[in-house]
Structures are given as structure tokens and as C-alpha cells.
Design a protein around this ligand. Structure first.
Ligand code: SF4
Length: 481
């Protein structure tokens, strides 16, 4: 039997990228357990591996305690392991691999010893010039031990540090050479640094608990550890905390606001419902998406349901706007974890059925509007629609809270090559027939920006207009636009 990882929430087939967490306790208390809880709150961003690296800012430079392994946060760490990690500054990471294999060597944080001490690094996003950077660094003597983009970033910072007055300057100079998506947290022997790419693809926020500073992917992680939200790191900004407890900022890499390009999928699907990204509530954005669907793709029905979990808020929005009652149609098995044994093709069990069951009483005899966040290949959608019909639903109207995927993503989401996307070369009517729905409607591209209060967004996977020229060729095939 083939053992494959399947995603732990949602069913659309998209995967999250990574979550990062950095912390500096100026008063000197150990931070490993706080990182653990922070990573726990970010688990939805990556379930393949987890890691923590900590250091003592008053101890000798170059002493880092770190541990990382494959697995969920609570599989990788137990109380005993956390007790071996001493230090008041640290970084942590949860990973889903969108570039580089899923192996222990590719787990993060990355810890690098060099002439100025030690760097600990955790990274979320994909670089489009990682191969060029690796080639260039290899020619000048670098030897890579992993296949992740984070390693060339770490080497660049270490190199730049040799002729920079400070580590934050080195981070800034290294970032200026990166092309693509990155939110970084970096631990140096005496400073915590955070950096976000100029387009702001991936989120990064600043939090504070007493005199302790935190840089992390999502505000939900701040809530979990009882920290207050200070602000978002601006797209293109580098921030750092020094031993006097001061927060500093460099905005020299920032670009014009109109060019900013946040990954819209953070709002549609990746981020936690209780997080805020650049001042916009993820929950509000999803409710709005549902409302827009109700305005733009209305249909007469008896019940609106969401495909758990990410379809639920949009379904609520649709119900609020249309006046059609919101209900629960699916019961989800929450115990489908990372090492779930996916049923083979010939098996009578299906992974969708193992994960979701339909509440017959809720849907029998009803005209149901089913809201999901996206359709990638279409294989799961057709099963879910079939399950609703088998359970007695009279009609199933599918509404998708994003536009059709037509292009791959190069910035950290595993949207596959065009040929594997159900919407590629097919009309909405073709897709409707394939998934067996009575009607099908997608969110229109014009609505995306409205959904996030006019913030600059990336919509490359829907339009093919990427904020940065994609590589001519990558592991997913040629870029053909
Ligand atoms: S191409 Fe799509 S998934 Fe990738 S960063 Fe842009 S919006 Fe996000």
C-alpha cells in the first residue's frame, strides 16, 4: 500500500507553505517552550517538519541549541527535548515543502557557523533565483547540504556580514539579491532580525509580550502565546531587536505601494481564520468572498454549506448575503494526520470519504449550495458533490471562493503545471459537468482586491500576470505565456 501524506485541512488539494517564529527575551528567560507553542499555532502552515534553534545572548557567541525533525510539532518535541534547549533568543519553523524534498536535511531552522558567530534562519516562501544564487555561491566555494532556498540565503547573509558593519545591514544586502517570496526570521548571537520581500507575498508580524519581542507569520501565533500585536512588518522592510530592547527598522528595500503583491491565497485559504494580515481580517475577507459570490452567482436553494474548514466562512458570507440558511453538511475526521495511509486506486475506501462524511438529515431532499475555497484538479470536488447527491441532496450548486486556477505558482504554493489544472483549456460548463454539479460559479478576479480592502495582491495563478517574471523553466515545466 502506498503511503502518502495528505493535507490536514480543506480538501481542495492545495498545500500550505511554511510558518516562521522568532523571539528575543531581553530579560534572559528561556524561549524554547514559547517557540513550541507559537509553532503549534502555525501548524496549519506546514506539517512535514518542525524545528527550534535557541541561543543565549549573554553567553559565548556561536553556542546554539537546536533540534529539528520530520513530523508535527508535538511529534518532534516533547517536554524532555524542550528542556535541553537553553537560550533567550531563538527561531522556529514548520515546513511544507514547495521547493526541495521532504527530508530531515531540508527541515529548518538552518544553523550556520561562520567567522562572526552563528546564524539561525527560518524562511517562508520560494525564491525564483535560487538556482542562480546557488551556482554563483558554489563557484566561490560554498557547499550545499540541503536543497532548500534557505541555504543560499544563509550563505549570502554570512558573506555580506564580512563586509557589513552590522548583521542587519548584511541581511538587508543579502535580501537585495533575492528574487521571489520570502519572510525571514534570523537569529544572530545578539540580535533578532525579521525581513519581508518587497512584494509582501508572505505575511510577517511583530508582537510583544512584556519586554519580549516576537516576529512571526501570523497574528494567531501571537494570541496563542499571550503577546500583543504591535504591527505588520512592511513589504520590503527589515526589522531588528537589540539587547536594549529597542525595535529598529530599515525600509530602504520597500517599493511603491501599488506594486505590492500579497499572496491572495493567504486570505482565501492558507492563513488561520483568526489571523490578520496587513490590517485585514482573514475571517472578514472570507465572509466578503461569500457575499460577493451570492451577489454575482445567485441561485435558488434551501441550504448553504461550506467544505470544511476553509469553505465555512465563505459559506456563512453567502448565507448572510442571500438569506438562505447556513448549515453543516459535513462531519470531518480531524485525526487524519501526516502519516495517513492514503487508499490506493483499487481500494474501495477513498481518502475523501475517510476525511469527510455527509450528514444525511441535513441535506436529504434539499437544494444545497456548497462553497469550497478552490478547485485544483477537480478529483475531490467530484467526489464531494457525489457524496451530497448520494445522501439525498436534490440539487448541488457549487460556488468557489476564488477564481479558476489557470497558471502555476512560483512563490511558495504548490499549484501544479497548467495541464494538471482542471480549468486549463476548459469552460466553466465543462468543469461543472466533470464535477457533477447542477450549477458552478467562481469568484471573479475583479473581486479579489475588494476582498482585502484594496491592498496590493498577487493574482498570478489566475491571470498569469506575475509580479515578477517567472523562471523560463522550473521543476514544474516550461513557462509558456
Ligand atoms: S501565484 Fe497565486 S498562490 Fe502564488 S503567490 Fe500569487 S496569488 Fe499566491
Amino acid at each position: 500500500m502506498e503511503i502518502k501524506r495528505i493535507k490536514d485541512r480543506g480538501i481542495s488539494g492545495l498545500h500550505e507553505e511554511c510558518g516562521v517564529f522568532g523571539i528575543y527575551d531581553i530579560e534572559g528567560a528561556d524561549v524554547a517552550s514559547t517557540i513550541y507553542y507559537g509553532l503549534f499555532a502555525l501548524q496549519h502552515r506546514g506539517q512535514e517538519s518542525a524545528g527550534i534553534a535557541v541561543s543565549d545572548t549573554s553567553g559565548p557567541k556561536g553556542m546554539v541549541d537546536s533540534y529539528k525533525d520530520m513530523g508535527l510539532v508535538n511529534e518532534v518535541f516533547d517536554a524532555k527535548k524542550l528542556q535541553t534547549l537553553h537560550g533567550n533568543i531563538g527561531v522556529g519553523h514548520v515546513r511544507y515543502s514547495t521547493a526541495g524534498e521532504s527530508t530531515r536535511e531540508n527541515a529548518q531552522p538552518l544553523v550556520l557557523n561562520y567567522i562572526k558567530g552563528t546564524l539561525g534562519l527560518a524562511h517562508n516562501g520560494n525564491l525564483i533565483n535560487a538556482n542562480e544564487l546557488k551556482e554563483h555561491l558554489s563557484e566561490t566555494g560554498a557547499i550545499f547540504q540541503s536543497t532548500i532556498d534557505t541555504e543560499p540565503i544563509a550563505y549570502l547573509i554570512a558573506r555580506e556580514r564580512l563586509h557589513s558593519a552590522t548583521v542587519e545591514e548584511a541581511v538587508n544586502r543579502a535580501c537585495a539579491q533575492l528574487k521571489g517570496a520570502y519572510s525571514l526570521v534570523v537569529m544572530s548571537p545578539r540580535k533578532l532580525i525579521g525581513a519581508r520581500d518587497p512584494f509582501g507575498f508572505k505575511p510577517l508580524v511583530i508582537g510583544k509580550r512584556g519586554t519580549t519581542y516576537i516576529f512571526t507569520s501570523e497574528t494567531a501565533a501571537l494570541d496563542t502565546i499571550g503577546a500583543e500585536f504591535v504591527r505588520d512588518v512592511l513589504p520590503g522592510e527589515t526589522v531588528w531587536v537589540t539587547s536594549d530592547g529597542q525595535l529598529h527598522s530599515d525600509t530602504s528595500r520597500c517599493i511603491q505601494k501599488e506594486k505590492e503583491a500579497r499572496c491572495i491565497f493567504e486570505y482565501i485559504y492558507f492563513a488561520r481564520l483568526d489571523s490578520y494580515i496587513d490590517g485585514v481580517s482573514v475571517y472578514d475577507a472570507r465572509i466578503k468572498a461569500g457575499r460577493f459570490l451570492a451577489q454575482d452567482s445567485p441561485v435558488e436553494a434551501d441550504l448553504v454549506v461550506g467544505v470544511p474548514e476553509s469553505g465555512n466562512a465563505a459559506a456563512m458570507g453567502y448565507a448572510l448575503e442571500s438569506g438562505i440558511p447556513y448549515g453543516t453538511a459535513f462531519v470531518k475526521n480531524s485525526y487524519v494526520g501526516r502519516t495517513f495511509i492514503k487508499p490506493g486506486q483499487s481500494s474501495r475506501e477513498s481518502s475523501v470519504r475517510v476525511k469527510l462524511n455527509v450528514l444525511r438529515e441535513a441535506v436529504a431532499g434539499k437544494r444545497v449550495i456548497m462553497i469550497d475555497d478552490s478547485i485544483v484538479r477537480g478529483t475531490t470536488s467530484d467526489r464531494i458533490v457525489g457524496m451530497l447527491k448520494e445522501a439525498g441532496a436534490r440539487e448541488v450548486h457549487v460556488r468557489i471562493s476564488s477564481p479558476p486556477f489557470l497558471w502555476p505558482c512560483y512563490f511558495g504554493t504548490d499549484i501544479p503545471v497548467r495541464e494538471q489544472l482542471i480549468a486549463y483549456n476548459r469552460s466553466i460548463e465543462d468543469i461543472r459537468k466533470i464535477i457533477g454539479a447542477d450549477t458552478l460559479g467562481y469568484l471573479s478576479i475583479d473581486r479579489l482586491r475588494e476582498m482585502v480592502d484594496g491592498l496590493g495582491i498577487c493574482d498570478g495563478c489566475f491571470t498569469g500576470n506575475y509580479p515578477l517574471e517567472p523562471p523560463k523553466q522550473d521543476i514544474r515545466g516550461d513557462y509558456q505565456k
